[in-house]
Design a protein around this ligand. Structure first.
Ligand code: IFM
Length: 457
């Protein structure tokens, strides 16, 4: 398994990523309150096989084993998220000390292993009590989020250098409130667009709270980890390319990005909302109040990008939006997503053209595969994942050679976990999780990634 043609500079940050609801389990332990995903999983038909995150990988109790797996992997950082309902079981009020205690234990274990923490404040597990008051469609949730964030900076800021505000706010707003396939399972465009704006506002308010937080500013990066100090969002921009060289396809590929990319990227980077998109939906106005756009555009220290695939877009006057996604010939992952490593390079260029020297992280990249253990349960040969990773790491290497300020790469995911509406049926891990006994078995891709890291640190 040669890793020889990949070139990465010293100090490049290698990491793995997970999220609280997907790995922690311990859903009712130590005072954790219910989240919107606990409720959504119990809705008949919402999640494959009725799976839920009650146990997940039980990282809440097994974190020492997971940290040891990361130490042996050689990563410089672990990207994980805090469960808001562990810290504020009812969304606000007085923090639950046991919630912070868990994260302190995890952070201390990481520090002992020489692994920096890259902490996401919100990866979709909203306290259910806040949903009862309207969730992200209610402006108050943005204010609650900023309050929660401020408490996190205060309690954990001495142990955390790298903060991410929201993970993929597009999914929270559009999958959750427009398509109804994620919690809270609502199908209402007006509510979805209110959620878009309040998520953006929550991001900006959290950045402001971070700047006002002395303990966050005092954090000391783990020696040699390469982790940056600061705060930024994690976006899953829609990667598109024109399906042909025709000018109308180029225009379609650009317009296709309005909802998923520009409704988030543009306001965060001071460009306001995409008017041509909003003009198409007068029935779903954004509840922008005076001063909101300035808050949302509070300067960030870096941008996290989650990349999995790219769409080829064709102009189509017959479709309501004037475009459609073309059929692609590439092999697909177990999610049905086409494998297009070049799309990652194109996306990094797109972002650099707009953000200049702002440091970028690939905060998620990886693939689901129908992995199986061998007969004696000691090995998982996941060649397709190794091929996927090689291609995407080569795209990162190329981006660096072009001068794109890519500071790190977090592989999704450390371990197989709860894949939202697909439950446990999709495996993204480089470590196999046997859900019958929660045994961890490193897959071949784990050793591949270990060798990539070892040859570039
Ligand atoms: O598992 C998810 C993660 O929670 C957010 N980004 C995409 C991953 C794969 O679908």
């Amino acid at each position: 398994m040669s890793t020889g043609d990949l070139q990465f500079p010293a100090g490049f940050l290698w990491g793995v990523a997970t999220a609280s609801y997907q790995v922690e389990g311990a859903a009712t332990v130590d005072g954790r309150g219910p989240s919107i995903w606990d409720a959504f999983c119990r809705r008949p038909g919402a999640v494959t096989h009725g799976h839920n995150g009650d146990v997940a990988c039980d990282q809440y109790h097994r974190y020492p084993e997971d940290v040891e797996l990361m130490r042996r992997l050689g990563v410089g950082a672990y990207r994980f998220s805090l469960a808001w309902p562990r810290i504020f079981p009812a969304g606000g009020g007085t923090p639950n000390p046991a919630g912070f205690d868990y994260y302190k234990r995890l952070l201390d274990e990481l520090q002992r292993a020489g692994i920096a923490a890259a902490v996401t404040l919100y990866h979709w597990d909203l306290p259910l009590a806040l949903q009862d008051a309207g969730g992200w469609a209610n402006r108050d949730t943005a204010l609650r989020f900023a309050d929660y964030a401020g408490h996190c900076f205060g309690a954990l800021g001495d142990r955390v250098d790298t903060w991410f505000t929201l993970n993929e706010p597009y999914c929270s707003a559009i999958l959750g409130y427009l398509e109804g396939v994620h919690a809270p399972g609502i199908r209402d465009r007006a509510a979805a667009y209110r959620a878009v704006h309040h998520l953006n506002l929550g991001h900006g308010l959290a950045v402001q709270a971070y700047r006002a937080s002395p303990s966050a500013a005092a954090a000391t990066p783990a020696p040699g980890s390469g982790a940056a100090r600061g705060i930024g969002p994690v976006l899953n921009l829609l990667a598109t390319r024109p399906a042909s060289a025709r000018a109308e396809d180029a225009d379609a590929a650009d317009r296709a990005q309005d909802l998923q990319s520009r409704m988030f990227f543009d306001p965060i980077f001071g460009r306001g909302y995409p008017e041509r998109h909003l003009a198409s939906y007068p029935q779903a106005p954004l509840p922008v109040e005076p001063g909101d756009l300035e808050i949302i555009a509070a300067p960030v220290d870096f941008l996290g990008l989650n990349y999995y695939w790219e769409e080829a877009v064709q102009a189509d006057p017959e479709s309501p939006h004037g475009f459609r996604f073309a059929v692609q010939w590439q092999p697909v992952t177990d999610m049905g997503w086409p494998v297009v490593p070049g799309g990652l390079l194109r996306q990094l260029r797109w972002v650099q053209q707009r953000c200049g020297a702002l440091p970028l992280y690939v905060t998620e990249n990886g693939c689901a595969a129908a992995d199986r253990l061998n007969a004696d349960g000691t090995r998982c040969a996941d060649r397709p994942r190794i091929d996927y990773l090689r291609g995407h790491l080569a795209a990162c290497s190329q981006a660096l050679q072009e001068g794109i300020p890519l500071a790190g790469y977090f592989l999704w995911s450390l371990i197989d976990n709860f894949e939202w509406s697909f439950g446990y049926t999709k495996r993204f891990g480089i470590v196999y999780c046997d859900y019958t006994d929660l045994r961890r078995v490193p897959k071949d891709s784990y050793y591949f990634y270990r060798d990539v890291i070892a040859s570039h640190v």
